[in-house]
Design a protein around this ligand. Sequence first.
Ligand code: PFF
Length: 458
Amino acid sequence: MKSESTPRGSFGSQLGVILASAGSAVGLGNIWRFPTEVGKGGGAAFILIYLAFIFLLAMPVMISEFVIGRSARSNAIGAFQKLSPGKPWIVAGIMGVLGGFLVLSFYSVVAGWTLHYTIQSALGQLQGGKGTDFGAAFNAFVSDPWQPILYLAIFMLLTHLVVARGIQHGIERYSKLMMPLLLAIIVLLVAFSLTMPGAKDGIRFLLQPDLSKVTPDVVLGAMGQAFFSLSVGLGCLVTYASYFSKETRLVKSAMNVCIIDTMVAVLSGFIIFPTVFSVGISPDAGPGLVFITLPNVFLLSFSEMPVIGYAFALLFYVLLLLAALTSSISMHEICTAFISEHFSKSRRKAAAIVTVICLVLGGFCSLSFGPWKEVTFCDKGIFDLFDYTVTKFLMPLGGLLITLFVGWYFDRKLVEQQLTNDGSIPVRTMKPLLFLIRWVAPFGILVIFLNELFPLFI
Ligand code: PFF
């Protein structure tokens, strides 16, 4: 391991790079959002579209972010300032940092719910009694003015503690600890869920495409999901790549992260759908799927064997919590790196500023499920507004600008130097890769994004 040679910090090993970047990618997006979208989008049909978007649109954005980050060795805004001084490209960085604040705020609310459910399941309180109404329990919890904010604050504090410790001692160290644990729990839970009676129907749902469910909305949803899941478009990976060493292989690292992220998403489907089908609950239960449907399942299927129900529930929520934490630290880092470098603040101070701002914004999001339900802008509550702004607007637009920057503005030679580590490693896929970055990704994103604003094309 190398020591932190620059004052900015750097990752100490290639494994650290992959696990931290995969940690950012693997999150609530994979285990909570992906199965929900699959449920609504016709199972395998959605998955096929999603896979195409991951490799044709989101991965080129990821590689472009890596190129920008390692070339500039600066935070998301500073990177564009350095590489294109005085040019409007800085807008991409500003949108990214703004998006970082928004995404951390609403994400931590759901992460706070997860923390609550983890504690509940550890205390054995999820099993409840036979007649427990989990929907009512969930609604009562999220609409309480204080409880969810308390959990949000605890979760934010955990995120803060990791980020404040820096790159090698904080982000890298905890990713190396949490990611293997997370992967082990997933494998265990898949094995668990595949043995449930009736699991076949869930597997069929995941493997047989139902094309009748594919609407334009589903296609848009799949792109939003691909971007959200890979954490691209907000400069999160620009920030992480600014800590990569000059030996880090950008293309290989991106491929690894995409494969790990996709595997975790699909495996989460293999945990949730066989379980849900085994007790005859509809797969399109929506966002309540993991907080309402699953506790029901744990109760129904294991009423004879409460110990197994207990272990299943606890492991599942621990998994969700770990995934949320490895992602939230990367969102926090986008903002912390910017504040620390732009305003010359120590990492600890910068991290504290970000934590306080996101705590306040997150509190607003949390209240929008309870006392502030009626507060809406353009028909959306505060939580939905943040979610919408980030996933439907800032991420695609950021992805578009980032691929245009690397594909068309940035010197082609410098791009190739980054991708080949100054010519020391061959990249056999260079031509198709550059084609994806220059043409396929920007054009694809533009068509889908414009259609979102003016629903004409599809
Ligand atoms: N990729 C994360 C997930 O799937 O949960 C979410 C995320 C992380 C989005 C970091 C944006 C970001 F900058």
